[in-house]
Structure formats: structure tokens, C-alpha cells
Design a protein around this ligand. Structure first.
Ligand SMILES: CC(C)(COP(=O)(O)OP(=O)(O)OC[C@H]1O[C@@H](n2cnc3c(N)ncnc32)[C@H](O)[C@@H]1OP(=O)(O)O)[C@@H](O)C(=O)NCCC(=O)NCCS
Length: 202
């Protein structure tokens, strides 16, 4: 992908319609979040179990969810890349989010972060969303490397990365200080070359 192509995609992200960048998977639609998703977001972000291993705190009021959505939208604009609302196909309801925690255009790399409402866990849905995000990152954004970090106390997150084809690069000891403790984190990553070698077609 040429720098011009990348620039035009970043501009489309800034000025494009709400439907820009919508992705359908067998069971999900990934779309741009909107402020009216706040109630759906609050429904799951108020659960301790969901927030235990993420960098944000549990939401105690719908205002927290509105603020978080505003921050997600601002970050997406600043990054020039989508953070997606994850919706069961045909419902329009936000049940999770997936997108870059950071994105480095110099090195064409990003770290992906994701979370999903408790009732939807254990059905392979986040793996489906992550596979779609990887395709978006490598083909639409033209990135070369996608990383993911997870707290070793939260092995389901590492398993999602593994199932989506990411490769373990080891453990970073006490890499994070959050929620009152230091956390050892597992690092997974995938390069565009390795993704293509796995039989994914451009
Ligand atoms: C982590 C999370 C995204 C997983 O989503 P999900 O849709 O349930 O994931 P999937 O169903 O695609 O896969 C989960 C895998 O983890 C496995 N798993 C679940 N709990 C596990 C545990 N305690 N130990 C080991 N593996 C576990 C499941 O068995 C499954 O693997 P399998 O298909 O081989 O059986 C979801 O639990 C979540 O949103 N958690 C809260 C937010 C969060 O922690 N985000 C990640 C921050 S890095």
C-alpha cells in the first residue's frame, strides 16, 4: 500500500459516512461506535468481571460510558483508524469493542485491545472479531505488525490471540502497574508476512 493510499484512507476515516469501514463476519457486524451506544456499553462495562483485566475502571454511571465513547471516537480520529463497536449481526447493539490501543504510523505497527459483554463469552466471538480486525489492520490500514498484550491472570485473552493466529513472543515481567499491582503480561504479535503465509488472501 502506498503512502498516498494510506493517507486517503485516513482522510476517509476523518470525513467518511457512519457506514465507512463497516465489516461483516459470519456472526458479527463491526461498525463505528456512536454516542447512542452508551446504554449498551454501560450494561456490560459496569461488571467487575469484565473490567478486571482491562486498563479502564468499571463504569459506575452511564456518564462514564459516554466519556469512554467520546474518548474512543477522539482516539480513532487522532489515530486515523477505526475502533469498532462489536454487534451481533442484525441487532445493531454494541456488545463489545475492538481497536488499536496505540498505533505507530512510523513503524506501521499497533497494539490491539478488546472487551466483550459477559453473556457473549465462550462462543468464539472475540476470536471472530480479532480475525476481522487483523484483516483490516494488514489490508486496509497497511500495517506491518499487530501486537496484543494480556495479563497472565487472564488466559482467555491470550487464547483469543492464539486462536486468531498471533504468535507468542514471551512474557514481560511486571510490565504493567494497574489496579493496585504489577502484572506479568504475555505478548502476542503477528506480522503481515506471517499473516499472508497462513493463507490469508489480500
Ligand atoms: C477475554 C475475552 C475477550 C474472551 O472473549 P471470548 O469471546 O469469550 O473468546 P473466545 O470464545 O473467542 O475464546 C476464549 C478462549 O479462551 C478459553 N478460556 C476461557 N477461560 C479460560 C481460562 N481461565 N484459562 C484458559 N483458557 C480459557 C476458552 O476455552 C476459549 O478457548 P477454546 O476455544 O480453545 O476453548 C472476554 O472474556 C472479555 O471480553 N473479557 C473481559 C475484557 C478483557 O479481559 N479483555 C482483554 C484484555 S487484554
Amino acid at each position: 500500500m502506498t503512502p498516498e493510499h494510506r493517507l486517503s484512507q485516513r482522510l476517509a476515516r476523518l470525513i467518511g459516512p457512519e457506514t465507512a469501514g463497516k465489516i461483516d463476519t459470519p456472526r458479527l457486524t463491526l461498525r463505528r461506535p456512536r454516542m447512542k451506544d452508551a446504554a449498551d456499553f454501560f450494561t456490560y462495562a459496569q461488571e467487575e468481571e469484565v473490567a478486571r483485566y482491562v486498563l479502564w475502571d468499571v463504569h459506575t454511571h452511564i456518564g462514564d460510558s459516554r466519556r469512554a465513547l467520546r474518548a474512543i471516537l477522539a482516539r480513532a480520529r487522532a489515530q486515523g483508524a477505526e475502533t469498532y463497536a462489536i454487534c451481533p449481526k442484525g441487532t445493531g447493539h454494541l456488545i463489545g469493542t475492538i481497536g488499536p490501543v496505540w498505533l505507530d504510523w512510523g513503524n506501521l505497527a499497533c497494539e490491539v485491545g478488546f472487551s466483550m459483554a459477559r453473556p457473549y463469552w465462550g462462543r468464539g466471538l472475540m476470536t471472530e472479531a480479532l480475525e476481522a480486525f487483523l484483516r483490516y489492520a494488514f489490508l486496509d490500514l497497511g500495517l506491518n505488525r499487530v501486537e496484543g498484550q494480556y495479563d497472565l491472570l487472564n488466559p482467555a485473552s491470550g487464547r483469543v490471540m492464539e486462536k486468531a493466529g498471533m504468535i507468542s513472543e514471551g512474557v514481560l515481567r511486571q510490565r504493567l502497574r494497574y489496579k493496585g499491582r504489577y502484572a506479568d503480561v504475555g505478548l502476542y504479535a503477528l506480522t503481515r508476512g506471517a499473516w499472508l503465509e497462513r493463507g490469508n488472501n489480500p
